[in-house]
Write a protein of this length. Structure first.
Length: 528
Protein backbone atom coordinates (compact mmCIF):
# COMPACT_ATOMS: atom_id res chain seq x y z
CA UNK A 1 0.00 0.00 0.00
CA UNK A 2 1.54 3.15 -1.24
CA UNK A 3 0.94 5.50 1.63
CA UNK A 4 2.26 3.02 4.13
CA UNK A 5 5.51 2.87 2.26
CA UNK A 6 5.76 6.58 2.29
CA UNK A 7 5.23 6.56 5.98
CA UNK A 8 8.08 4.18 6.54
CA UNK A 9 10.34 5.76 3.99
CA UNK A 10 11.44 8.95 5.70
CA UNK A 11 11.58 7.43 9.16
CA UNK A 12 15.01 7.79 10.72
CA UNK A 13 14.83 4.14 11.71
CA UNK A 14 14.91 3.02 8.10
CA UNK A 15 17.82 5.29 7.34
CA UNK A 16 19.59 3.75 10.26
CA UNK A 17 19.05 0.34 8.78
CA UNK A 18 21.05 1.16 5.75
CA UNK A 19 19.10 3.48 3.52
CA UNK A 20 21.86 5.83 2.58
CA UNK A 21 20.54 9.30 2.20
CA UNK A 22 23.08 11.68 0.80
CA UNK A 23 23.99 14.89 2.47
CA UNK A 24 22.05 17.03 0.05
CA UNK A 25 18.93 14.99 0.46
CA UNK A 26 19.54 14.99 4.16
CA UNK A 27 19.37 18.77 4.18
CA UNK A 28 15.98 18.57 2.57
CA UNK A 29 15.03 15.88 4.99
CA UNK A 30 15.78 18.16 7.89
CA UNK A 31 13.71 20.89 6.36
CA UNK A 32 10.76 18.89 5.28
CA UNK A 33 10.78 15.94 7.57
CA UNK A 34 8.22 17.10 10.07
CA UNK A 35 5.74 18.48 7.57
CA UNK A 36 6.18 15.54 5.25
CA UNK A 37 5.76 13.04 8.01
CA UNK A 38 2.56 14.63 9.24
CA UNK A 39 1.14 14.81 5.74
CA UNK A 40 1.96 11.23 5.07
CA UNK A 41 0.47 10.18 8.36
CA UNK A 42 -2.70 12.06 7.52
CA UNK A 43 -2.80 10.58 4.05
CA UNK A 44 -2.35 7.17 5.57
CA UNK A 45 -5.31 7.50 7.86
CA UNK A 46 -7.51 8.84 5.09
CA UNK A 47 -6.48 6.14 2.70
CA UNK A 48 -6.68 3.31 5.18
CA UNK A 49 -10.27 4.20 5.85
CA UNK A 50 -11.22 4.43 2.23
CA UNK A 51 -9.64 1.39 0.73
CA UNK A 52 -10.64 -1.84 2.22
CA UNK A 53 -8.81 -3.86 -0.41
CA UNK A 54 -5.52 -2.84 1.12
CA UNK A 55 -3.77 -5.63 2.88
CA UNK A 56 -5.21 -5.83 6.39
CA UNK A 57 -1.80 -6.20 7.97
CA UNK A 58 -0.25 -3.42 5.95
CA UNK A 59 -0.07 -1.12 8.95
CA UNK A 60 1.68 -3.73 11.00
CA UNK A 61 4.16 -4.52 8.29
CA UNK A 62 4.93 -0.86 7.88
CA UNK A 63 6.08 -0.81 11.44
CA UNK A 64 8.05 -3.99 11.08
CA UNK A 65 9.39 -3.71 7.57
CA UNK A 66 12.27 -6.03 8.29
CA UNK A 67 10.22 -9.02 9.18
CA UNK A 68 12.02 -12.05 7.82
CA UNK A 69 10.34 -14.14 5.24
CA UNK A 70 10.54 -17.87 5.63
CA UNK A 71 13.09 -19.32 3.35
CA UNK A 72 11.27 -21.49 0.95
CA UNK A 73 14.12 -23.26 -0.75
CA UNK A 74 17.61 -24.18 0.02
CA UNK A 75 18.89 -21.56 -2.35
CA UNK A 76 16.72 -18.70 -1.19
CA UNK A 77 18.95 -17.75 1.67
CA UNK A 78 22.08 -17.11 -0.36
CA UNK A 79 24.37 -14.44 0.90
CA UNK A 80 23.83 -11.33 -1.13
CA UNK A 81 20.16 -12.03 -1.58
CA UNK A 82 19.41 -11.29 2.02
CA UNK A 83 17.91 -7.95 1.14
CA UNK A 84 15.50 -9.63 -1.19
CA UNK A 85 14.14 -12.45 0.84
CA UNK A 86 11.72 -10.33 2.74
CA UNK A 87 8.16 -9.31 2.37
CA UNK A 88 7.30 -6.29 0.41
CA UNK A 89 4.19 -4.41 1.35
CA UNK A 90 5.50 -1.64 -0.68
CA UNK A 91 6.86 -1.49 -4.13
CA UNK A 92 4.16 -3.48 -5.76
CA UNK A 93 1.89 -2.47 -8.60
CA UNK A 94 -1.04 -2.70 -6.29
CA UNK A 95 -3.41 -0.97 -8.61
CA UNK A 96 -6.23 -1.49 -6.18
CA UNK A 97 -4.58 -0.26 -3.04
CA UNK A 98 -4.73 3.49 -2.95
CA UNK A 99 -6.32 6.65 -4.24
CA UNK A 100 -3.49 7.34 -6.63
CA UNK A 101 -3.91 3.87 -7.97
CA UNK A 102 -7.59 4.36 -8.31
CA UNK A 103 -6.92 7.24 -10.62
CA UNK A 104 -4.57 5.12 -12.65
CA UNK A 105 -7.17 2.43 -12.82
CA UNK A 106 -9.64 4.83 -14.27
CA UNK A 107 -7.13 5.90 -16.81
CA UNK A 108 -6.57 2.29 -17.76
CA UNK A 109 -10.24 1.72 -18.00
CA UNK A 110 -10.95 4.72 -20.11
CA UNK A 111 -7.75 4.66 -22.05
CA UNK A 112 -5.68 7.73 -22.59
CA UNK A 113 -7.72 10.91 -22.39
CA UNK A 114 -8.77 12.30 -25.70
CA UNK A 115 -7.40 15.56 -26.97
CA UNK A 116 -10.64 17.36 -26.11
CA UNK A 117 -10.29 16.44 -22.47
CA UNK A 118 -6.84 17.83 -22.38
CA UNK A 119 -8.32 21.27 -22.97
CA UNK A 120 -8.79 21.33 -19.21
CA UNK A 121 -5.06 21.54 -18.89
CA UNK A 122 -4.82 25.02 -20.29
CA UNK A 123 -4.84 28.35 -18.59
CA UNK A 124 -7.95 30.31 -17.90
CA UNK A 125 -7.16 32.93 -20.47
CA UNK A 126 -6.61 30.91 -23.56
CA UNK A 127 -8.70 27.95 -22.68
CA UNK A 128 -10.45 27.94 -26.01
CA UNK A 129 -7.65 28.74 -28.34
CA UNK A 130 -6.29 25.25 -28.25
CA UNK A 131 -3.42 25.78 -25.85
CA UNK A 132 -3.75 22.18 -24.69
CA UNK A 133 -2.99 21.08 -28.19
CA UNK A 134 0.57 21.20 -29.34
CA UNK A 135 1.70 24.81 -29.42
CA UNK A 136 4.82 26.28 -30.97
CA UNK A 137 5.68 29.91 -31.54
CA UNK A 138 9.40 29.35 -31.40
CA UNK A 139 9.63 30.58 -27.80
CA UNK A 140 7.02 28.43 -26.16
CA UNK A 141 6.74 24.86 -27.38
CA UNK A 142 4.06 22.73 -25.73
CA UNK A 143 3.43 19.07 -26.27
CA UNK A 144 0.40 17.02 -25.38
CA UNK A 145 0.90 13.34 -24.69
CA UNK A 146 -1.76 10.83 -23.72
CA UNK A 147 -0.56 11.23 -20.14
CA UNK A 148 0.59 14.79 -19.65
CA UNK A 149 1.13 18.26 -21.01
CA UNK A 150 4.56 19.88 -21.02
CA UNK A 151 5.97 23.19 -22.25
CA UNK A 152 9.48 24.28 -23.19
CA UNK A 153 10.01 27.98 -22.72
CA UNK A 154 13.09 29.70 -24.07
CA UNK A 155 14.30 33.26 -23.93
CA UNK A 156 14.29 35.42 -20.81
CA UNK A 157 12.53 33.01 -18.47
CA UNK A 158 11.99 33.75 -14.78
CA UNK A 159 10.64 31.50 -12.07
CA UNK A 160 8.93 32.50 -8.86
CA UNK A 161 8.79 29.26 -6.89
CA UNK A 162 6.41 30.25 -4.13
CA UNK A 163 4.03 31.66 -6.75
CA UNK A 164 4.47 28.59 -8.99
CA UNK A 165 5.02 30.80 -11.99
CA UNK A 166 7.29 30.57 -14.99
CA UNK A 167 7.30 33.83 -16.90
CA UNK A 168 8.66 34.55 -20.35
CA UNK A 169 9.65 38.18 -20.69
CA UNK A 170 9.37 39.17 -24.32
CA UNK A 171 12.38 40.46 -26.19
CA UNK A 172 10.22 42.19 -28.79
CA UNK A 173 6.96 44.09 -28.59
CA UNK A 174 5.20 41.70 -30.90
CA UNK A 175 4.10 39.06 -28.44
CA UNK A 176 0.66 38.65 -27.00
CA UNK A 177 -0.03 37.51 -23.47
CA UNK A 178 -0.71 33.82 -23.15
CA UNK A 179 -1.04 31.53 -20.21
CA UNK A 180 -0.88 27.81 -19.59
CA UNK A 181 -1.60 25.89 -16.41
CA UNK A 182 0.46 22.73 -16.19
CA UNK A 183 0.72 20.00 -13.65
CA UNK A 184 4.40 19.08 -13.76
CA UNK A 185 3.86 15.38 -12.96
CA UNK A 186 3.96 12.88 -15.82
CA UNK A 187 0.30 11.86 -15.40
CA UNK A 188 -2.73 14.10 -15.47
CA UNK A 189 -4.80 14.81 -12.41
CA UNK A 190 -2.55 13.94 -9.52
CA UNK A 191 -3.70 15.34 -6.22
CA UNK A 192 -1.25 17.31 -4.11
CA UNK A 193 0.91 18.63 -6.92
CA UNK A 194 0.37 22.34 -7.51
CA UNK A 195 -0.01 23.58 -11.06
CA UNK A 196 2.60 25.78 -12.60
CA UNK A 197 1.40 28.81 -14.48
CA UNK A 198 3.44 29.53 -17.57
CA UNK A 199 2.94 33.05 -18.82
CA UNK A 200 4.19 34.67 -21.94
CA UNK A 201 4.01 38.38 -21.16
CA UNK A 202 2.74 40.76 -23.80
CA UNK A 203 4.29 43.96 -25.02
CA UNK A 204 2.41 46.03 -22.43
CA UNK A 205 4.22 44.24 -19.65
CA UNK A 206 6.38 47.32 -19.25
CA UNK A 207 3.48 48.63 -17.18
CA UNK A 208 3.84 45.71 -14.76
CA UNK A 209 7.43 44.64 -15.28
CA UNK A 210 8.58 41.15 -14.53
CA UNK A 211 10.39 40.80 -11.21
CA UNK A 212 14.16 41.26 -11.35
CA UNK A 213 16.38 38.19 -11.28
CA UNK A 214 17.87 37.35 -7.90
CA UNK A 215 19.71 34.30 -9.25
CA UNK A 216 20.86 33.87 -12.83
CA UNK A 217 21.57 30.34 -14.03
CA UNK A 218 23.83 29.38 -16.89
CA UNK A 219 22.07 26.04 -17.30
CA UNK A 220 18.52 25.23 -18.33
CA UNK A 221 15.91 24.09 -15.84
CA UNK A 222 13.30 21.36 -15.67
CA UNK A 223 10.28 21.82 -13.43
CA UNK A 224 9.07 18.50 -12.09
CA UNK A 225 6.37 17.44 -9.66
CA UNK A 226 6.99 14.65 -7.18
CA UNK A 227 4.50 12.77 -5.04
CA UNK A 228 1.56 11.45 -7.01
CA UNK A 229 1.96 7.70 -7.42
CA UNK A 230 5.59 7.74 -6.33
CA UNK A 231 6.36 5.24 -3.62
CA UNK A 232 4.99 2.51 -5.80
CA UNK A 233 8.07 0.96 -7.35
CA UNK A 234 6.53 0.69 -10.82
CA UNK A 235 5.47 4.33 -10.78
CA UNK A 236 8.85 5.45 -9.45
CA UNK A 237 10.19 4.29 -12.79
CA UNK A 238 7.27 4.79 -15.13
CA UNK A 239 6.15 8.21 -13.90
CA UNK A 240 9.44 9.75 -12.82
CA UNK A 241 12.77 8.08 -13.48
CA UNK A 242 12.17 7.24 -17.13
CA UNK A 243 10.52 10.60 -18.03
CA UNK A 244 13.24 12.45 -16.11
CA UNK A 245 15.92 10.53 -18.00
CA UNK A 246 14.21 11.43 -21.27
CA UNK A 247 13.94 15.11 -20.34
CA UNK A 248 17.41 15.60 -18.93
CA UNK A 249 19.85 13.18 -20.53
CA UNK A 250 20.72 15.55 -23.34
CA UNK A 251 22.12 18.10 -20.88
CA UNK A 252 24.79 15.74 -19.50
CA UNK A 253 24.23 16.90 -15.93
CA UNK A 254 24.21 20.59 -16.79
CA UNK A 255 20.59 21.15 -15.83
CA UNK A 256 18.82 22.51 -12.77
CA UNK A 257 15.86 20.55 -11.42
CA UNK A 258 13.11 22.53 -9.71
CA UNK A 259 10.84 20.15 -7.82
CA UNK A 260 7.37 20.97 -6.71
CA UNK A 261 5.85 18.84 -3.95
CA UNK A 262 9.40 17.76 -3.22
CA UNK A 263 9.83 14.31 -1.66
CA UNK A 264 13.21 14.15 0.05
CA UNK A 265 12.86 10.44 0.78
CA UNK A 266 12.30 9.76 -2.91
CA UNK A 267 15.26 11.88 -3.97
CA UNK A 268 17.28 10.03 -1.35
CA UNK A 269 16.17 6.63 -2.54
CA UNK A 270 17.08 7.39 -6.15
CA UNK A 271 19.93 9.77 -5.41
CA UNK A 272 22.40 7.86 -7.57
CA UNK A 273 20.14 8.25 -10.60
CA UNK A 274 19.23 11.87 -9.97
CA UNK A 275 22.87 12.75 -9.33
CA UNK A 276 23.87 11.43 -12.73
CA UNK A 277 21.16 13.46 -14.44
CA UNK A 278 21.97 16.75 -12.72
CA UNK A 279 25.13 18.08 -11.10
CA UNK A 280 23.10 20.58 -9.08
CA UNK A 281 21.08 20.23 -5.90
CA UNK A 282 17.39 19.93 -6.57
CA UNK A 283 15.56 23.16 -5.66
CA UNK A 284 12.49 22.88 -3.46
CA UNK A 285 10.30 24.98 -5.73
CA UNK A 286 7.34 25.46 -3.40
CA UNK A 287 9.57 27.20 -0.85
CA UNK A 288 11.90 28.99 -3.21
CA UNK A 289 11.63 32.74 -2.73
CA UNK A 290 14.21 33.56 -5.38
CA UNK A 291 13.47 34.90 -8.82
CA UNK A 292 15.56 32.51 -10.90
CA UNK A 293 16.40 33.42 -14.44
CA UNK A 294 17.11 30.87 -17.11
CA UNK A 295 17.50 30.85 -20.87
CA UNK A 296 15.37 27.77 -21.07
CA UNK A 297 12.86 26.04 -18.80
CA UNK A 298 10.95 22.83 -19.43
CA UNK A 299 7.78 22.60 -17.37
CA UNK A 300 6.51 19.10 -16.70
CA UNK A 301 7.56 15.58 -17.52
CA UNK A 302 6.37 13.66 -20.51
CA UNK A 303 5.61 9.96 -20.26
CA UNK A 304 5.43 8.46 -23.72
CA UNK A 305 3.98 5.12 -22.70
CA UNK A 306 3.81 3.15 -19.45
CA UNK A 307 7.39 2.51 -18.27
CA UNK A 308 8.65 3.06 -21.79
CA UNK A 309 10.31 5.46 -24.20
CA UNK A 310 9.29 6.24 -27.75
CA UNK A 311 12.65 7.28 -29.26
CA UNK A 312 11.05 9.62 -31.81
CA UNK A 313 9.48 11.64 -29.00
CA UNK A 314 12.71 12.28 -27.11
CA UNK A 315 13.49 16.01 -27.20
CA UNK A 316 16.75 17.50 -28.32
CA UNK A 317 17.44 15.30 -31.32
CA UNK A 318 19.19 12.66 -29.20
CA UNK A 319 17.35 9.42 -29.81
CA UNK A 320 17.06 7.45 -26.60
CA UNK A 321 15.41 4.12 -26.01
CA UNK A 322 14.66 1.91 -23.04
CA UNK A 323 17.89 0.11 -23.89
CA UNK A 324 19.70 3.42 -23.31
CA UNK A 325 17.83 3.81 -20.03
CA UNK A 326 18.88 0.40 -18.74
CA UNK A 327 22.46 0.98 -19.94
CA UNK A 328 22.36 4.21 -17.94
CA UNK A 329 21.15 2.28 -14.88
CA UNK A 330 23.97 -0.23 -15.27
CA UNK A 331 26.50 2.59 -15.31
CA UNK A 332 24.80 4.35 -12.42
CA UNK A 333 24.81 1.32 -10.17
CA UNK A 334 28.01 -0.21 -11.57
CA UNK A 335 26.16 -3.36 -12.58
CA UNK A 336 28.68 -5.86 -13.89
CA UNK A 337 26.63 -7.83 -16.40
CA UNK A 338 25.62 -6.51 -19.82
CA UNK A 339 24.78 -9.99 -21.14
CA UNK A 340 23.21 -13.10 -19.65
CA UNK A 341 24.89 -16.47 -19.23
CA UNK A 342 26.14 -18.01 -22.45
CA UNK A 343 24.90 -21.55 -22.88
CA UNK A 344 26.24 -23.70 -25.65
CA UNK A 345 23.92 -24.20 -28.55
CA UNK A 346 22.14 -27.52 -28.43
CA UNK A 347 23.54 -28.40 -25.03
CA UNK A 348 21.34 -29.85 -22.39
CA UNK A 349 21.22 -28.01 -19.09
CA UNK A 350 24.21 -28.91 -16.96
CA UNK A 351 23.50 -31.72 -14.52
CA UNK A 352 26.93 -31.38 -13.04
CA UNK A 353 26.51 -29.42 -9.83
CA UNK A 354 29.73 -27.57 -10.32
CA UNK A 355 28.78 -26.28 -13.74
CA UNK A 356 27.26 -22.86 -13.90
CA UNK A 357 23.51 -22.86 -14.40
CA UNK A 358 21.35 -20.05 -15.69
CA UNK A 359 19.88 -18.23 -12.73
CA UNK A 360 16.16 -17.58 -12.34
CA UNK A 361 14.76 -15.05 -9.90
CA UNK A 362 11.29 -16.03 -8.76
CA UNK A 363 9.34 -13.05 -7.45
CA UNK A 364 7.19 -14.14 -4.57
CA UNK A 365 4.62 -11.47 -3.84
CA UNK A 366 3.73 -11.07 -0.21
CA UNK A 367 0.01 -10.57 -0.61
CA UNK A 368 -2.62 -10.83 -3.33
CA UNK A 369 -1.66 -12.27 -6.70
CA UNK A 370 0.49 -14.72 -4.79
CA UNK A 371 1.91 -17.87 -6.25
CA UNK A 372 0.26 -20.56 -4.17
CA UNK A 373 2.61 -23.38 -5.14
CA UNK A 374 6.04 -21.78 -4.99
CA UNK A 375 7.89 -25.00 -4.02
CA UNK A 376 6.37 -26.80 -6.99
CA UNK A 377 7.38 -24.03 -9.38
CA UNK A 378 10.89 -24.01 -7.93
CA UNK A 379 11.14 -27.73 -8.53
CA UNK A 380 9.92 -27.38 -12.11
CA UNK A 381 12.39 -24.60 -12.83
CA UNK A 382 15.24 -26.56 -11.28
CA UNK A 383 14.24 -29.56 -13.34
CA UNK A 384 14.34 -27.37 -16.43
CA UNK A 385 17.96 -26.53 -15.59
CA UNK A 386 17.79 -23.28 -13.64
CA UNK A 387 19.30 -22.28 -10.35
CA UNK A 388 16.30 -20.73 -8.61
CA UNK A 389 16.30 -17.96 -6.04
CA UNK A 390 13.11 -16.73 -4.43
CA UNK A 391 12.99 -13.00 -3.98
CA UNK A 392 10.61 -10.61 -2.39
CA UNK A 393 12.05 -7.13 -2.65
CA UNK A 394 10.93 -4.88 0.13
CA UNK A 395 10.43 -1.17 -0.06
CA UNK A 396 13.35 -0.09 2.02
CA UNK A 397 15.95 -2.20 0.33
CA UNK A 398 18.66 -0.06 -1.13
CA UNK A 399 18.16 0.25 -4.84
CA UNK A 400 21.83 -0.41 -5.47
CA UNK A 401 21.67 -3.68 -3.56
CA UNK A 402 18.55 -4.74 -5.41
CA UNK A 403 19.98 -3.74 -8.77
CA UNK A 404 23.17 -5.71 -8.15
CA UNK A 405 21.23 -8.78 -7.17
CA UNK A 406 18.79 -8.68 -10.09
CA UNK A 407 21.64 -8.10 -12.50
CA UNK A 408 23.14 -11.46 -11.52
CA UNK A 409 20.11 -13.31 -12.95
CA UNK A 410 19.27 -14.51 -16.43
CA UNK A 411 15.54 -14.92 -15.96
CA UNK A 412 13.03 -12.89 -13.95
CA UNK A 413 9.77 -14.70 -13.26
CA UNK A 414 6.78 -13.19 -11.51
CA UNK A 415 3.05 -12.59 -11.42
CA UNK A 416 1.90 -9.24 -12.84
CA UNK A 417 3.02 -6.63 -10.30
CA UNK A 418 5.58 -3.98 -9.52
CA UNK A 419 8.30 -6.51 -8.79
CA UNK A 420 8.68 -6.98 -12.53
CA UNK A 421 9.95 -3.40 -12.71
CA UNK A 422 13.25 -4.97 -11.68
CA UNK A 423 13.58 -6.15 -15.26
CA UNK A 424 15.35 -2.81 -15.78
CA UNK A 425 18.38 -4.23 -13.95
CA UNK A 426 18.62 -7.49 -15.91
CA UNK A 427 21.41 -7.77 -18.44
CA UNK A 428 20.11 -7.21 -21.99
CA UNK A 429 19.36 -10.53 -23.62
CA UNK A 430 17.95 -11.95 -20.39
CA UNK A 431 14.40 -13.25 -20.13
CA UNK A 432 11.31 -11.90 -18.36
CA UNK A 433 8.40 -14.26 -17.73
CA UNK A 434 5.21 -12.55 -16.67
CA UNK A 435 2.48 -14.72 -15.19
CA UNK A 436 -0.79 -13.03 -16.08
CA UNK A 437 -3.63 -13.72 -13.64
CA UNK A 438 -6.99 -14.94 -14.91
CA UNK A 439 -9.42 -12.34 -16.26
CA UNK A 440 -8.34 -11.03 -19.66
CA UNK A 441 -5.56 -8.90 -18.23
CA UNK A 442 -3.18 -9.61 -21.11
CA UNK A 443 -3.41 -6.22 -22.84
CA UNK A 444 -2.60 -4.42 -19.59
CA UNK A 445 0.19 -6.89 -18.79
CA UNK A 446 1.65 -6.42 -22.25
CA UNK A 447 1.49 -2.64 -22.02
CA UNK A 448 3.00 -2.31 -18.55
CA UNK A 449 5.75 -4.91 -18.68
CA UNK A 450 5.74 -6.78 -21.99
CA UNK A 451 6.43 -3.89 -24.33
CA UNK A 452 8.86 -2.20 -21.94
CA UNK A 453 10.81 -5.45 -21.48
CA UNK A 454 11.08 -5.94 -25.24
CA UNK A 455 12.22 -2.35 -25.65
CA UNK A 456 14.91 -2.96 -23.03
CA UNK A 457 16.29 -5.69 -25.25
CA UNK A 458 14.98 -8.48 -23.07
CA UNK A 459 13.18 -11.57 -24.26
CA UNK A 460 9.60 -11.37 -23.01
CA UNK A 461 7.49 -14.44 -22.32
CA UNK A 462 3.95 -14.44 -21.03
CA UNK A 463 2.10 -17.22 -19.25
CA UNK A 464 -1.65 -16.76 -18.92
CA UNK A 465 -3.40 -18.31 -15.96
CA UNK A 466 -6.45 -20.42 -16.77
CA UNK A 467 -9.53 -20.50 -14.57
CA UNK A 468 -8.44 -23.90 -13.25
CA UNK A 469 -5.20 -22.36 -12.00
CA UNK A 470 -6.88 -19.43 -10.29
CA UNK A 471 -7.97 -19.46 -6.66
CA UNK A 472 -11.02 -17.50 -7.86
CA UNK A 473 -12.49 -20.76 -9.09
CA UNK A 474 -12.47 -22.13 -5.56
CA UNK A 475 -13.55 -18.96 -3.82
CA UNK A 476 -16.25 -17.85 -6.27
CA UNK A 477 -17.36 -21.12 -7.81
CA UNK A 478 -17.59 -22.01 -11.51
CA UNK A 479 -20.84 -20.11 -12.07
CA UNK A 480 -19.64 -16.71 -10.92
CA UNK A 481 -19.47 -14.13 -13.73
CA UNK A 482 -15.83 -13.44 -12.85
CA UNK A 483 -15.07 -17.01 -13.86
CA UNK A 484 -17.65 -17.58 -16.59
CA UNK A 485 -17.61 -14.22 -18.28
CA UNK A 486 -14.58 -11.97 -17.68
CA UNK A 487 -15.87 -9.63 -20.39
CA UNK A 488 -18.89 -8.81 -18.24
CA UNK A 489 -16.57 -7.89 -15.36
CA UNK A 490 -14.62 -5.61 -17.66
CA UNK A 491 -17.87 -4.06 -18.85
CA UNK A 492 -18.92 -3.29 -15.30
CA UNK A 493 -15.86 -1.13 -14.81
CA UNK A 494 -12.27 -1.07 -13.68
CA UNK A 495 -13.16 -1.22 -10.00
CA UNK A 496 -14.57 -4.71 -10.47
CA UNK A 497 -11.62 -5.83 -12.59
CA UNK A 498 -9.26 -4.64 -9.88
CA UNK A 499 -11.33 -6.17 -7.11
CA UNK A 500 -11.63 -9.65 -8.56
CA UNK A 501 -8.68 -10.19 -10.82
CA UNK A 502 -6.00 -8.13 -9.10
CA UNK A 503 -7.18 -8.01 -5.51
CA UNK A 504 -8.77 -11.35 -4.73
CA UNK A 505 -6.84 -13.71 -6.91
CA UNK A 506 -3.90 -15.98 -6.19
CA UNK A 507 -2.57 -18.41 -8.73
CA UNK A 508 -1.54 -22.04 -8.71
CA UNK A 509 0.64 -22.51 -11.76
CA UNK A 510 0.06 -25.83 -13.53
CA UNK A 511 3.72 -26.79 -13.74
CA UNK A 512 3.15 -29.17 -16.61
CA UNK A 513 1.49 -26.49 -18.69
CA UNK A 514 4.22 -24.09 -17.60
CA UNK A 515 7.12 -26.37 -18.55
CA UNK A 516 7.26 -25.26 -22.23
CA UNK A 517 7.56 -21.62 -21.11
CA UNK A 518 10.56 -22.51 -18.96
CA UNK A 519 11.99 -24.47 -21.88
CA UNK A 520 11.56 -21.45 -24.16
CA UNK A 521 13.41 -19.28 -21.66
CA UNK A 522 16.30 -21.72 -21.56
CA UNK A 523 16.27 -22.02 -25.30
CA UNK A 524 16.57 -18.29 -25.63
CA UNK A 525 19.65 -18.26 -23.39
CA UNK A 526 21.22 -20.95 -25.58
CA UNK A 527 20.91 -18.71 -28.58
CA UNK A 528 22.83 -15.80 -27.12
C1 LIG B 1 -3.74 21.98 -13.59
O1 LIG B 1 -3.20 21.48 -14.79
C2 LIG B 1 -3.90 20.40 -15.34
C3 LIG B 1 -3.18 19.97 -16.58
O2 LIG B 1 -1.84 19.69 -16.36
C4 LIG B 1 -5.35 20.81 -15.63
O3 LIG B 1 -6.07 19.68 -16.03
C5 LIG B 1 -6.00 21.40 -14.41
O4 LIG B 1 -7.26 21.93 -14.76
C6 LIG B 1 -5.15 22.51 -13.84
N1 LIG B 1 -5.76 22.95 -12.60
C7 LIG B 1 -6.02 24.23 -12.37
C8 LIG B 1 -6.60 24.54 -11.04
O5 LIG B 1 -5.80 25.11 -13.20
C1 LIG C 1 6.71 35.70 -5.90
O1 LIG C 1 5.32 35.47 -5.83
C2 LIG C 1 4.77 35.71 -4.56
C3 LIG C 1 3.34 35.24 -4.58
O2 LIG C 1 2.64 35.79 -5.65
C4 LIG C 1 4.90 37.17 -4.23
O3 LIG C 1 4.35 37.45 -2.95
C5 LIG C 1 6.37 37.54 -4.24
O4 LIG C 1 6.53 38.94 -4.05
C6 LIG C 1 7.02 37.15 -5.54
N1 LIG C 1 8.43 37.32 -5.44
C7 LIG C 1 9.07 38.35 -6.01
C8 LIG C 1 10.52 38.48 -5.71
O5 LIG C 1 8.50 39.11 -6.78
C1 LIG D 1 -9.21 15.14 -14.34
O1 LIG D 1 -10.18 15.02 -13.33
C2 LIG D 1 -11.41 15.63 -13.66
C3 LIG D 1 -12.34 15.54 -12.48
O2 LIG D 1 -11.78 14.85 -11.41
C4 LIG D 1 -12.00 14.95 -14.88
O3 LIG D 1 -13.19 15.56 -15.23
C5 LIG D 1 -11.00 15.04 -16.03
O4 LIG D 1 -11.47 14.34 -17.14
C6 LIG D 1 -9.67 14.49 -15.63
N1 LIG D 1 -8.73 14.75 -16.69
C7 LIG D 1 -7.97 13.79 -17.21
C8 LIG D 1 -7.07 14.22 -18.29
O5 LIG D 1 -7.98 12.63 -16.81
C1 LIG E 1 21.59 4.55 -27.19
O1 LIG E 1 21.84 3.21 -27.50
C2 LIG E 1 22.32 3.03 -28.81
C3 LIG E 1 22.37 1.54 -29.09
O2 LIG E 1 23.02 0.88 -28.07
C4 LIG E 1 23.69 3.66 -28.93
O3 LIG E 1 24.19 3.51 -30.23
C5 LIG E 1 23.54 5.14 -28.61
O4 LIG E 1 24.81 5.74 -28.61
C6 LIG E 1 22.89 5.35 -27.27
N1 LIG E 1 22.61 6.75 -27.10
C7 LIG E 1 23.04 7.43 -26.06
C8 LIG E 1 22.74 8.89 -26.07
O5 LIG E 1 23.66 6.92 -25.14
Amino acid sequence: MVSVEKQSAPAPASAGKGLTVGAWAQRHLNLCFVAGFLLVLLAYFVVSQQFAVASPDAAVSAMTPHRKKHQATKSSGRAGEAGLTQRNRGGEATAEAGPAQEQRQRQRQQGPPKAEHRARGVGKRDRDDGAAKPFDNGKVVCRASPFSYTCDVSGDVRTNGTAHTVTLVPATSLTERREWSIQPYARYNMTGIPNITVTQLDSTSAASPAPACTVTHRVPAIVIGLGGHLGNYFHDFSDALVPLFVASRRYHGEVQLLASNIQPWWLGKYEAVVRRLTKYDVVDLDHDDQIRCFRRVTVGLNMHREFDIVPELVPGGVPLSMANFTAFLRETYSLPRAAPIRLTKGSSPPVDRKKKKPRLMLLDRGHYRKLVNVPEIVKAAEKAGFEVVIADPRFNVRVKELAMSVNSFDVLLGVHGAGLTNAAFLPPGAVVIQVVPYGKLEPMAQREFGDPASDMGLRYLQYSIKAEESTLLETLGPDHPAIKDPDSVHRSGWDKVAEFYLGKQNVRVDVERFAPTLALALDHLRRQ
